[in-house]
Structure formats: C-alpha cells, structure tokens
Design a protein around this ligand. Structure first.
Ligand code: ADP
Ligand code: MG
Length: 400
C-alpha cells in the first residue's frame, strides 16, 4: 500500500515563499511565438489562485520545449508564456531571466504576499534534466515549500520535479491531486464494462498500458499506427504502412496474453489505404486481406468504426489514447473523428490523454468538458496507467 499523498490542503502558506513546479510547456506559434493553446496554463489556476488568496509568495518554475542548455535559444524563453499566463490569471506577474542566483534572490526578497514570479525555462540549466544536486539545492534555497502541480512531467526525475523535494517540504497541488484521484479510481475501481481504445504511433509507449489493462479491461480496441504492427504480426500484407516490423514478437505476445485473459481484443478488419499522403489523396476502403504492397494503411475502415462504436456503446468506462489514423490529413481523419463523436456522446466515465488525441478533439470541434477527465499528461498518464510509481509523485508521499 502506497503512503498518502501530501497535498496543498494540509499546509498554511501565508507569507511563505512557495516554489510551484507547473507545466507551462505549451505549443507556440512557429511564426510569431505566441502561445497557441492555454489549456495547460488554465489547468493550474486553482492552485495558483488558492496560493494568492492565502497570501503566499508564489514562485513558478517550468520547462518549455527541449533547449540545449549550452545554447539557450531566445524562442524558448518564458516571456510570452508569462504574458499569456498573466492574462489567464487576470493579474500582472513578474518574469525573471534566470532560475537561480543573486538577482533572483533579490527579486524574491522584494515580493509581497500574493505576488507571482515566473522564473526562466528550467531546461536552460545543465543540472535540470540530470537532476543534479547542486542545482536542486540552489532552487530549493529560493523557497520555504515546494508544490508540484506539473502532472505532465511527474514521470521525469529532474531537479525541478524531484531533486528539489529532497530539500523542502513537498506537496501536491490541486491539479496533480485531481489527476491522481481520477486515474487511481480508474485503475482501482472502474465501472464495468471498461473499454480501452488505443491508437497513435509507437507501440513501445503503449505496451505497458495494454499489459496493465489485461486484467481490468473488458475490451481493448486497437487503431492508428499500432494496427499495421499487429496486422503484420498476424501475417497480413501491410505495404508501406507505418509498421514496427521488429516488434512482431512483442505484438504476438500481446495477442497471446489477450487470449489468456479472455479480453475482447479487436484490431481493424478493414482499413483506409492510399499510396500517397496529402490533403487530396485518393483513398480506398479495403479489407485487411486486400492491402497491396504499394499501399499505406492510414485509418481504420467503416466496418471497424461500426464494430468499435458498438463496443463503446456498451461501456461504462472508456479510456482513450492515440488517434485512429493520420488524422492531421482530412482523407485519413474519419476514424478518429467518429471515435471522438462516440466517446463524447457516451454516458460512460470517459478518460482521455495524449497531446495528439487532445489536438484531434479540438480540431474536430469538440470541447474538453464533453469528457469526464482529460489528462494534462500524455506520457505521464500512460506511465501512471501502467501501474508504475512515478518519481515526481513518490516525492509527494508522506514518509511513514
Ligand atoms: P498521443 O499524442 O495522443 O499520445 P501518439 O503521439 O501516440 O498520440 O500518436 C499520434 C500520431 O500518430 C499522430 O501524428 C498520427 O498522425 C499518427 N498516426 C496514427 N495512425 C497512423 C497511421 N496509420 N499511420 C501513420 N501515422 C499514424
Ligand atoms: Mg503524441
């Protein structure tokens, strides 16, 4: 039994310097650098507003993108993020150009209760991703308490997510608390039937979830880039599809496990193929036996859509990660769009995660509040659903 999570509810933060790790790793417009999607900023508002109201001095930490610390490029500074977050919050915040050092300390000394400061991109420092103790310590010196509200990065053992907690009392913010509560309920006590719908690109990142759900799910529906890999493992022609041929054995052992667990494991019976990838591509709906060597499998076909919908209609809990096809192109978007429609219309508890899955929801005109829980973590959600204890969560548990 894991020990309890320490949360922000247990501590009085008035007058305290509170270091909050947030996930402000937002998509930026390539042309003008503006923040394109505010969802991650909005998701932390309950925590930040609570701290402001209590009279804490709020010091925010986040990474953005994957900068090389030796060459911290201008585009990955957090200035535009600070502007966008200030707008969300409805209050000016101060942005600093460093994470540690004398100037940062000075600025923090001058803070009043309820003030908010955002430090620079944590990944501008070598010590961040290597979880270097001296960097963690320098960060920790800036505050009295540490609050983790960055669910999207709790699967990474970095200085600002894990290392810092060695030197400060650490608590889960409201977003991390909510994510863990929703996902725990799903793992421990799901309403049945439970249906897992998985698509997307890389089988490696999904195997653990599939395996952890064999004992739990009543049905597992597979689409996206995973489908050709399974079809190939079963001996079908997959042409030029995205297919991880070296994962044939892995795919076969998953199929065997599914049988052993008596879980309904569906891979598409028909698919959308095309020889080219473009907005004007000519497509064909074919059975999985009719794929030719020049074809690419780019979406699930209409019969599979109907079959999957039928299973989804019976579900009391639906978990979805990963698009059913190359949804970024209209000719291959139907499977993903139809699955989103079915999930949004379902009365089941619906749990969704993954950057591209969320992008697809928006692209097809649905809103996130049409689902029970849309996780802010893609990789973090998948690893959590594998049943792993994530390093950024482990540090928030009371030591007993
Ligand atoms: P998420 O971000 O929701 O976890 P993934 O990153 O695993 O999803 O996968 C999303 C990507 O997979 C998308 O770019 C999508 O176009 C791609 N994809 C899905 N199906 C196919 C396919 N049949 N062939 C090629 N790419 C695919
Ligand atoms: Mg993705």
């Amino acid at each position: 039994m894991k020990s309890a999570l320490k949360t922000l509810r247990e501590v009085n933060t008035q007058g305290k310097r509170v270091l909050v790790r947030v996930d402000f790793n937002v998509p930026l417009d390539k042309k003008n650098g503006e923040v394109q999607d505010m969802a991650r900023l909005e998701a932390t508002l309950p925590t930040i507003q609570h701290l402001i109201q209590e009279g804490a001095k709020v010091i925010l930490l986040s990474h953005l993108g994957r900068p090389d610390p030796k060459n911290p490029i201008e585009e990955l500074k957090l200035n535009r993020v600070a502007e966008a977050f200030s707008q969300c919050l409805g209050k000016p915040i101060k942005k600093l150009d460093q994470c540690i050092g004398g100037d940062v300390k000075k600025a923090i000394e001058q803070m009043h209760e309820g003030d908010v400061i955002l430090l620079e991109n944590t990944r501008f420092y070598e010590g961040e991703e290597s979880n270097e103790e001296t960097f963690s310590k320098s960060l920790a010196e800036l505050g009295d308490l540490f609050v983790s509200d960055a669910f999207g990065t709790v699967h990474r053992a970095h200085s600002s997510t894990v290392g810092i907690a060695k030197f400060l009392p650490a608590y889960a913010g409201f977003l991390v608390e909510k994510e863990i509560k929703m996902l725990n309920e799903l793992i421990e006590n799901p309403q049945k039937p439970l249906v897992l719908l998985v698509g997307g690109a890389k089988i490696d990142t999904k195997i653990g979830v599939l395996e952890n759900f064999f004992g739990k799910a009543d049905a597992i529906l597979v689409g996206g880039g995973l489908a050709p890999t399974f079809l190939y493992a079963l001996g079908h022609e997959v042409g030029l599809s995205l297919c991880e041929k070296d994962k044939k054995e892995v795919a076969n052992s998953i199929l065997d496990e599914a049988k052993a667990h008596h879980v309904q494991f569906l891979i598409p019976e028909d698919v959308v193929v095309s020889e080219t990838i473009s907005e004007s591509a000519t497509t064909q709906n074919v059975s999985v036996d009719e794929v030719r060597p020049k074809d690419r499998i780019l979406d699930i076909g209409p019969d599979s859509i109907e079959q999957y919908k039928k299973v989804l209609r019976e579900a009391k809990t639906i978990v979805w990660n990963g698009p059913m096809g190359l949804y970024e192109f209209k000719p291959f978007s139907n499977g993903t769009q139809e699955m989103i429609k079915a999930i949004s219309e379902s009365k089941a508890t619906t749990i969704i995660g993954g950057g591209d899955s969320i992008d697809a929801i928006r692209r097809f005109g649905y809103s996130l509040d049409q689902f029970t829980h849309v996780s802010t973590g893609g990789g973090a959600m998948l690893e959590f659903l594998e049943g792993k204890e994530l390093p950024g969560i482990a540090v928030l548990r009371s030591k007993s």
